[in-house]
Design a protein around this ligand. Structure first.
Ligand code: ADP
Ligand code: MG
Ligand code: ZN
Length: 496
C-alpha cells in the first residue's frame, strides 16, 4: 500500500543550473572600459561596447585567465582552442544586435563539483564553462505624467562573464541553493568573482522538470531566468515543482518555456514559450580569432590555485579532528582558515583554537560587523591565552575576561593575568579558606545538599566563584566542597 502510494505520488524533481558570474577584471572583455559597479550611467562606454560600426573587439587576456581558473577549480578540461560566436537577437540593451559568447566550442568542459553536505556526499557534474560578454541594463521607469519610459545604461555592456552550466544532477530546491552557495564560495576563494548577488555579479537561470520516481528519461523542463538570491532560487524552484506536479497530476503536461520568478506574488510567470524562443543564428565572430590556451599557461594558472574550501574542510576534519560543521565554517575563507591554523599551532590545541574562533572571536567580529581581517587579536596572542587555560594558570571564565582585555589592546594574556591578578586559585589551602567561609555563610544550601539536593552544590560552587571573582579552579572547588560537606570530620562545625 505504502509502496503504491509512493509511486502514485512519487515524482522526482530534476534541476540543472546555468550560472553567470562576472569576472573580476578592471576592464571589459573586448575594450578598455572600466567595469566598476555603481558609476554614473553610460560613463564606462566606448565605440566597442556601444556596438558602433567599425569598432573592433580585442580580447582581455585577464578575463581568459580567470575563466581558466574557474574551469580548473571546477575540475574541467581546458580546451586549447575555443571560439567566440555571435548570438543574434534584438533587444534595446544589446546595441550590436548580437551578444558575443562561446557556443559550440567553449573554453572548459566536463567538470565536477564534489562536496559533503549535511545529508552526505554530492557530485554535480559541470557541462561547460564558457566566456561571454554581459549586455547593458534597461531601466523601466515611470515618469510623473504616467508615461512609461525605458532608460538604457551601457556601463555593463561588455563586462566579462563566465557561464557555468551544470548537468541536471540536482534533486531538490534546497540542494540547488546549497550547491549555488558552494559554487559562490569557490569563485570567491579563487578570486574570480566578488560574490555580490545584489549587484548582479552572480546570478543563475534554473532549469527544472519533474518525472515519475524511478524513471530515467528527463521530463519537459521550464527555465526560470535571472535569479539573484539563494532564497529566491529555493522559493522559485519549490513553487515550480508544485505547479508542475499538479499539472501532471491533473492529467496535463508541462509546456517547455521560460518563466520569471515574481517574488512579490510568490510565483513564477510565463515569459515566453518554446515556440516563441529566439533562433539565435549563432556563427563564429569574424572579428575575433580563436582563443588559444597553451599547456604552459594552464599549468601556470593551476599552480596559483589556492586550496579550495571543501578540500580544506576535509583536511581540518582529518588533521585536527574538528567536527564537520566547525570545519566547514572555518574552512570557508582562506583568511579565517589561516587565523585558525596559526592559533592552533601557537596554542598546541586545535580543538580549543577552533572553539575560540567559532565562539568569542566570531562573536566579537559580529558585534563589530567586521571580518577576520579586522580581528583585534593575533593568532599568537590567542594561542598564548589558550596555553594559560591548558596549563591551569587561568580558568575558562577568567579567560573570557582576559580575552576582552586583550582584544584591540595589543596586550598579551600573561601580562593581563599578572596585572589584574586573574590567575586561577588552584592552591588547596587558599581555596579551602574560601570554601570554608562560603559553607559557613550558606547553611541553608548546605542543609539542602545534605538532604540529597545535588543542585545546591552548584549554588555553592557559584558562591565560591563569586567570592574569588571567577578565579577559583572549578574542578578543585567542586572536590573541596564535596569533601567538606560529606566528610563530617573534615567539615567545619555547623549549628546542626
Ligand atoms: P537548452 O538547450 O534549453 O539551453 P541545455 O541542454 O543546454 O538546454 O541545458 C541547459 C540547462 O538545463 C542545463 O543546466 C541542464 O542541466 C538543464 N536541463 C536540461 N534538461 C533538463 C530537464 N529535463 N530538467 C531539468 N533541467 C534540465
Ligand atoms: Mg542553455
Ligand atoms: Zn568599451
Amino acid at each position: 500500500m505504502a509502496e503504491s502510494d509512493a509511486t502514485a505520488a512519487g515524482v522526482e524533481p530534476v534541476i540543472g543550473l546555468e550560472i553567470h558570474a562576472q569576472l573580476l577584471t578592471d576592464t571589459k572583455i573586448f575594450c578598455g572600459c572600466r567595469t566598476r559597479f555603481g558609476a554614473a550611467p553610460n560613463v564606462n562606454v566606448c565605440p566597442v561596447c556601444l556596438g558602433l560600426p567599425g569598432a573592433l573587439p580585442v580580447l582581455n587576456r585577464r578575463a581568459v585567465e580567470l575563466a581558466v581558473r574557474a574551469g580548473l577549480a571546477l575540475g574541467c578540461t581546458i580546451q586549447r582552442r575555443s571560439i567566440f560566436a555571435r548570438k543574434n537577437y534584438f533587444y534595446p540593451d544589446l546595441p550590436k544586435g548580437y551578444q558575443i559568447s562561446q557556443y559550440e566550442h567553449p573554453l572548459a568542459t566536463d567538470g565536477e563539483l564534489v562536496y559533503v553536505a549535511d545529508d552526505g556526499p554530492h557530485a554535480v557534474r559541470i557541462i561547460r564553462v564558457h566566456l561571454e560578454e554581459d549586455a547593458g541594463k534597461s531601466l523601466h521607469t515611470a515618469i510623473s505624467d504616467g508615461d512609461r519610459h525605458t532608460q538604457l545604461d551601457f556601463n555593463r555592456s561588455g563586462v566579462p562573464l563566465i557561464e557555468i552550466v551544470t548537468h541536471p544532477d540536482l534533486r531538490a530546491p534546497r540542494e540547488a541553493a546549497d550547491f549555488f552557495a558552494r559554487l559562490r564560495v569557490i569563485l570567491l576563494a579563487i578570486g574570480v568573482n566578488d560574490g555580490n548577488m545584489e549587484e548582479g555579479s552572480l546570478r543563475c537561470d534554473a532549469n527544472v522538470s519533474v518525472r515519475p520516481a524511478g524513471e530515467s528519461a528527463l521530463g519537459v523542463k521550464v527555465e526560470v531566468k535571472n535569479i539573484n538570491s539563494f532564497r529566491f532560487l529555493q522559493r522559485a524552484l519549490a513553487h515550480e515543482l508544485v505547479r508542475q506536479t499538479e499539472l501532471l497530476g491533473a492529467g496535463g503536461h508541462v509546456v517547455q518555456e521560460t518563466r520569471l520568478w515574481d517574488e512579490v506574488a510568490g510565483r513564477t510567470v510565463s515569459m515566453r514559450s518554446k515556440e516563441e524562443a529566439h533562433d539565435y543564428r549563432y556563427f563564429p565572430d569574424p572579428d575575433l580569432p580563436p582563443v588559444e590556451v597553451s599547456d604552459t599557461w594552464i599549468a601556470d594558472v593551476r599552480a596559483t590555485l589556492p586550496e579550495l574550501p571543501e578540500a580544506r574542510k576535509q583536511r581540518f576534519i582529518r588533521d585536527y579532528g574538528l567536527p564537520a560543521a566547525d570545519a566547514a565554517q572555518i574552512a570557508e575563507t582562506e583568511e579565517l582558515a589561516r587565523f585558525f591554523e596559526d592559533t592552533a599551532a601557537s596554542a598546541g590545541n586545535p580543538r580549543a583554537a577552533s572553539n575560540w574562533v567559532m565562539g568569542e572571536v566570531t562573536r566579537r567580529l559580529k558585534v563589530e560587523g567586521a571580518g577576520i581581517e579586522a580581528v583585534g587579536v593575533t593568532p599568537a596572542a590567542l594561542g598564548g591565552l589558550i596555553r594559560l587555560i591548558d596549563t591551569g594558570v587561568i580558568n575558562r571564565s577568567a579567560a573570557k575576561d582576559v580575552f576582552e582585555r586583550m582584544y584591540g589592546s595589543g596586550r598579551e594574556a600573561g601580562d593581563i593575568v599578572r596585572a589584574e591578578g586573574l590567575s586561577q586559585i588552584g592552591d588547596e589551602g587558599e581555596l579551602g579558606d574560601v570554601v570554608t567561609r562560603v559553607i559557613a555563610e550558606h547553611q541553608d544550601a548546605v542543609a539542602r545538599f545534605r538532604r540529597g539536593n545535588e543542585g545546591s552544590l552548584g549554588f555553592l560552587v557559584g558562591q565560591v566563584m563569586r567570592a574569588t571573582r571567577g578565579r577559583a579552579n572549578p574542578r578543585m572547588t567542586n572536590e573541596l566542597l564535596r569533601r567538606m560537606l560529606t566528610d563530617r570530620e573534615a567539615a567545619p562545625r555547623t549549628d546542626e
